[in-house]
Ligand binder design. Sequence first.
Ligand SMILES: [Ca+2]
Length: 103
Amino acid sequence: MEPVSEPISPALRKLDCLPEIVVYEHINWQGWNYRTNMNVRNIGTIMNDQVSSFVIVKGTWQFYKDENFLTPMGGPLGPGCYDNVTRYGIENDQITAFKCLEW
Ligand SMILES: [Ca+2]
């Protein structure tokens, strides 16, 4: 029997390169970390108002002070290692939400 295959849909191809971000409790990527490919509407009680550094693996991301993507802080940021949020117009220990604008 021949292999059964079908074309990869554009949507599935996109899954191969999802946006990705890792946020950290302390500056210089220390403390707990949280890695995700999803938009985060509310980071949750334990991690709320704790983020001090992050790594953007893929995509352009925007951070917010309040849940549901309200009160943007800083501008959209692309891939890179960001050692201290305050260097990028974001208040320390204030991030509650973030989302990918494009990738
Ligand atoms: Ca912190």
